[in-house]
Ligand binder design. Structure first.
Ligand SMILES: NC(=O)c1ccc[n+]([C@@H]2O[C@H](COP(=O)([O-])OP(=O)(O)OC[C@H]3O[C@@H](n4cnc5c(N)ncnc54)[C@H](O)[C@@H]3O)[C@@H](O)[C@H]2O)c1
Length: 278
């Protein structure tokens, strides 16, 4: 636990879904004594919404209730990361509810719409890039504006992926977006360092969230492997012998947000059990 996190105000985007990385980070920060805004899309807004679902308002409210039941402080907010005004309103909501913003975690992402590059439509490409890169840019922009105005620094973290560092078959838009997110992180670190705002990315390997389960089905099918064979091969490629857990990413995020992480910025930190090492 980190005493330095007590009393901080944090936003975690895309944290409404049970078993998601966002949920784990929101709950970890709340347990550390942060007041947390649980954010998600609220409802499916277009035909690209995945079969495994998006974070609804009722799910966001459930996560908030769970945090409060555990003794923490949280509020719910729904909005589309692709809409700049929604992201500006998200930051304003945190300030209205809790008086300031110390931590912003860009977690929401589209990790589906996979398939051969030659078959990918413009609309699919745009959907992935609009959430994973453009939406994260909006998040950084409004979080940084607020933190600069406050004058006491801050923490911005974006959840990239191993796909931000290496190529993954049939994920051209996703892999491009996560590589771009790391570039955005490094540039933001350069600009925001003088304001004592650290900006980092976390690169998890596979985690079986709702999205992760969909990815397993897709990738095992694409490789004509049974799900069990696919998972066994993937696990064999991880030096620490297991796939990631949501808690692994939450631990890294808490560390980077704490005073212990105060001299770390512009990093793209692997949380991958050794699967990725550059
Ligand atoms: N699960 C994995 O194996 C894995 C690995 C590496 C990185 N990631 C990344 O971690 C993040 C969280 O993924 P997850 O596995 O927990 O999946 P998830 O589906 O539980 O979380 C993604 C969230 O983003 C939200 N979202 C999607 N589009 C949105 C929009 N336009 N506006 C607001 N919210 C939107 C969804 O509603 C959902 O709640 C994603 O950025 C993903 O790319 C996941």
């Amino acid at each position: 636990m980190y005493d330095s996190l007590r009393g901080k105000v944090a936003i975690v985007t895309g944290s409404g879904r049970a078993k998601g990385l966002g949920e784990a980070m929101a709950k970890r920060l709340a347990a550390e004594g942060c007041a947390v805004i649980v954010h998600d899309l609220g409802k499916a807004v277009d035909r690209f919404a995945p079969a495994h679902g998006v974070g609804t308002l009722s799910e966001v409210e459930e996560r908030v209730a769970e945090i409060r039941d555990a003794g923490g402080t949280a509020e719910a907010f729904t909005g589309d990361l692709r809409v700049e005004a929604d992201v500006e309103a998200l930051v304003a909501f945190a300030v209205e509810k809790f008086g300031k913003l110390d931590i912003f975690i860009n977690n929401a992402g589209v990790g589906y719409l996979f398939g051969p590059l030659v078959d990918m439509t413009e609309a699919e490409w745009d959907t992935v890039l609009d959430v994973n890169l453009r939406g994260c840019f909006f998040g950084m922009k409004y979080a940084a504006r607020q933190m600069i105005a406050q004058g006491h620094g801050g923490r911005i973290i974006s959840i990239a992926s191993l796909a931000g560092k290496t190529a993954v078959l049939y994920t051209s838009a996703y892999t491009a977006s996560k590589h771009g997110l790391i570039g955005l992180t490094r540039t933001a670190a350069l600009e925001l360092g003088p304001h004592n705002i650290t900006v980092n990315a976390i690169c998890p390997n596979h985690v079986t969230t709702g999205l992760g389960a969909w990815q397993n089905d897709f990738s095992s099918g694409a490789k004509s492997q049974s799900l069990d064979d696919y998972m066994a091969k993937m696990t064999a490629g991880v030096p620490l012998g297991r796939v990631g857990l949501t808690e692994d990413t939450a631990k890294a995020a808490a560390f980077l947000c704490s005073d212990e992480g105060s001299y770390i910025t512009g990093e793209a930190m692997n949380v991958s059990g050794g699967e990725e090492y550059h």
